[in-house]
Design a protein around this ligand. Structure first.
Ligand SMILES: [Zn+2]
Ligand SMILES: [Zn+2]
Length: 201
């Protein structure tokens, strides 16, 4: 079973399909939050809150589920695959984001109106989609923007020092939990291998 899961989660078709279903999940939940909303401004605020909550989940899953030792080896090994080969196509099975988002809405609707639950979870789904896209592009594109270069180097340093710099979309939680590492020129040696940028002719 573990082998089958690892085979699917490392396949190219699952990877690209995931990016599509992740984006669709965010979109569908956003539309549902508007349909069920009783107060549009409150929904927008909850949607933003969902994006912020996701940045914490991004940190927690990466730092504590992928890089700490525990019995659920499939998470550790699946992620180790990405560290060994930064251009591999590692992603959760493509239906997982929609499934997990639905479970969250179902749980949240016990403690808040359904429209609010869709808004928060929709924001989280958008955060997850943004994470997937940012991480994909980080290993494949080069932009001159200072912010982009900073986030790219921040992540590449994680590839070299897996216990540090776990964030992808923000460095905030690494600063909060003391895993932020300020790199120097020496640390950036060899990071070219982590990028597959087409050379200009
Ligand atoms: Zn990476
Ligand atoms: Zn990692």
């Amino acid at each position: 079973m573990k082998d089958l899961i690892l085979k699917v989660t490392a396949s190219k078709w699952n990877y690209y399909l995931s990016l599509i279903t992740d984006g669709l999940t965010a979109l569908v939940f956003l539309v549902l939050s508007i349909i069920y909303s009783k107060d549009v401004w409150a929904s927008i605020a909850l949607f933003v809150l969902g994006v912020i909550i996701f940045t914490f989940i991004e940190y927690a899953v990466h730092a504590w589920l992928f890089h700490e030792n525990h019995p659920l080896k499939v998470f550790i090994e699946g992620h180790a695959h990405h560290h060994q080969n930064p251009f591999s196509y590692d992603a959760m099975p493509f239906f997982m984001s929609a499934l997990i988002a639905s479970i969250f809405v179902w749980l949240f609707h016990f403690i808040m109106p359904l429209g609010d639950a869709f808004a928060i979870v929709g924001g989280m789904a958008l955060g997850y989609f943004n994470y997937g896209i940012m991480h994909h592009i980080m290993h494949r594109r080069e932009f001159s923007s200072k912010y982009w270069r900073y986030m790219q180097e921040f992540h590449f340093v994680h590839h070299k020092k897996p216990k540090m710099n776990h964030g992808i979309t923000t460095d905030i939680w690494d600063r909060v939990f003391g895993t932020y590492y300020q790199w120097n020129e020496e640390d950036l040696k060899g990071i070219e291998k982590l990028k597959r940028v087409k050379k200009k002719a």
